[in-house]
Each structure stands twice: as structure tokens, then as C-alpha cells.
Design a binder for this molecule. Structure first.
Ligand code: 2AM
Ligand code: CA
Ligand code: CA
Ligand code: CA
Length: 256
């Protein structure tokens, strides 16, 4: 299957999953906590992951799934084709706000991003990319990221990290404004589309960032961990994603 057909097929699964989520949201669903009391998972997260698991098993028997809700456990390397899925990114938003959550799907080939899909379900914004073919927001092609100064930029991070990190506090004082959306995939899609200029997080998993990384590659964005090292997509890490000019300026602030 070529990359265009694969993207169209994956996109159809994402839209089907989104339809399922919109339907299920109208009724009550089970909510559980994971590592801590603010780390939520619902029956809907699990069902969406199952939907992808079954589709991939039936239609792409050679592909593997790394999903947040359990199917990451057997994935120890990124050889071949791996679907990296967050069935609902922004579960707290999903439960509390009923909006501002996304399905995030990155399809990687031998560790390299091939396809990125982030669907902001309630706002009906679909971000997609195919390696070498650019990135799109719905039907509009996203332009290459243009130069921007840190002074004129909007940056996004969880305010909890800022309280603990003096360097981040310095950045807060320099920028035009800060934002926090509570869904890493949406924040990365916003960096890729130029709505914001940087996103920094101290703890994210491969499924939070795989699709956003694929998008950023297509618009000239930069994404590394907080130390400036290459992302590995096999375990949790920090993240520093930005417009290239803003990346440079923040980098100078962080490592000077
Ligand atoms: P989630 O909703 O899929 O759990 C919240 O600021 C962002 O961080 C969301 O994208 C959320 O994804 C992610 N996140 C929440 N808890 C996390 C954890 N313990 N480890 C890594 N990422 C987490
Ligand atoms: Ca989670
Ligand atoms: Ca997530
Ligand atoms: Ca999730």
C-alpha cells in the first residue's frame, strides 16, 4: 500500500473513532485513575484503542500498534511499521470540559515518521501529514514556519512546570504570552500551524508526540527533548518543540 492510501485509510479509522467518541459522550461512561489521582482513563479511551487494534490486526497484519491503553507493552523497538496511538489525548479535558481533546496517530516506518494525524474531535480540526508531502489543517496546506522572535511569540507549557523551573520563568517574562491547552497533541498541532510558537513539557510519552512530530517535520519545526537531544519514541521523555527561530532563542536562554 502506498503512503497516500495508508493515510486515507488511517484517516477513515480516526474519523470513525471520533464518531464513536461523540456518541459515547452523550451517556455516562466509566472513569478510572492510573498512576495518580489526576491521571484519568475512561472506558472510551480503551474502546477507541480496541477499535484500532482490531482494524490493524484485520487489515495490516504486518503492522504493530503502540497505544497508551495497554498495547504499548510489547513494543521494544520501532522496526517496520508501527502505529503510535493516543486514543484520547487530553482525557482530563474530555471528562471535565467535553472538548479540547484529540485522537493522535503517528505511523512510523523504521523509527521515522511517515504519517501524522491529529484530530481535535469537538472542534472538527483535522491535522494531517505525509512524509515529503507537507502538512494540512483540514483541506488547507500549512505553510513552512516563518521567522518569529521570542518577544512576539506565544509559548505553551503546563504552569506546574513553570513553578519549579527558573529558566522557564525567565522565558515567561520574555514572550508575548503563555497558553496551556492540556492536550499535548493539540499543542503540537498548534506549533505546526503557527498558532503558537513553542511547546515545552517535562513528561510525555511517545503516543503524545509521535503525530505532532510528523507534522512538525513537514513545516520546518524543531522538536527535541528539553536537553536538545533527539527524540526516541520508546519511553517517556521531556519535550521542546518550536518554530525554528523561537527554538534557537529559547535554546540560548536555557543553555547559556
Ligand atoms: P493524556 O490526556 O492522554 O493522559 C496534559 O498536560 C498532557 O500531558 C496531555 O497530553 C496528557 O495526555 C499528558 N499526560 C498526562 N499525564 C501524563 C503522564 N503521567 N505522563 C505523560 N504524559 C501525561
Ligand atoms: Ca493518559
Ligand atoms: Ca496523551
Ligand atoms: Ca490518552
Amino acid at each position: 500500500m502506498n503512503k497516500f492510501t495508508l493515510k486515507a485509510t488511517a484517516e477513515s479509522y480516526v474519523r470513525e473513532a471520533a464518531e464513536y467518541i461523540r456518541e459515547k459522550m452523550q451517556y455516562s461512561y466509566g472513569i478510572d485513575t492510573k498512576e495518580d489521582k489526576n491521571d484519568l482513563v475512561t472506558d472510551v479511551d480503551k474502546s477507541v484503542e480496541d477499535l484500532f487494534k482490531n482494524k490493524i490486526k484485520d487489515n495490516f497484519p504486518g503492522h504493530r500498534l503502540m497505544g497508551e491503553e495497554g498495547s504499548f507493552e510489547n513494543i521494544k523497538d520501532l522496526e517496520g511499521t508501527v502505529w503510535i496511538l493516543d486514543p484520547i489525548d487530553g482525557t482530563v479535558n474530555f471528562v471535565h470540559m467535553g472538548t479540547n481533546f484529540a485522537i493522535s496517530l503517528g505511523i512510523f516506518e523504521d523509527g521515522e515518521p511517515l504519517i501524522g494525524i491529529i484530530y481535535d474531535v469537538m472542534n472538527d480540526e483535522l491535522y494531517t501529514s505525509i512524509k515529503g508531502e507537507g502538512a494540512y489543517l483540514n483541506d488547507a496546506k500549512l505553510p513552512e514556519l516563518r521567522h518569529r522572535s521570542l518577544e512576539e511569540s506565544l509559548v505553551s507549557f503546563n504552569t506546574g512546570w513553570v513553578l519549579k523551573d527558573e529558566k522557564l520563568q525567565r522565558i515567561v517574562r520574555k514572550v508575548r504570552g503563555t497558553r496551556s491547552y492540556g492536550a499535548a497533541a493539540i499543542e503540537l498541532a498548534y506549533v505546526a500551524s503557527g498558532r503558537i510558537d513553542a511547546y515545552i513539557s517535562m513528561k510525555l510519552a511517545p503516543w503524545d508526540i509521535a503525530a505532532g512530530y510528523a507534522l512538525l517535520q513537514e513545516v520546518g519545526g524543531i522538536a527535541t527533548n528539553y536537553k536538545g537531544e533527539q527524540l526516541q519514541f520508546l519511553s517517556k521523555d521531556t519535550l521542546f518543540a518550536a518554530n525554528p527561530a523561537v527554538y534557537k532563542e529559547i535554546e540560548e536562554e536555557l543553555y547559556r
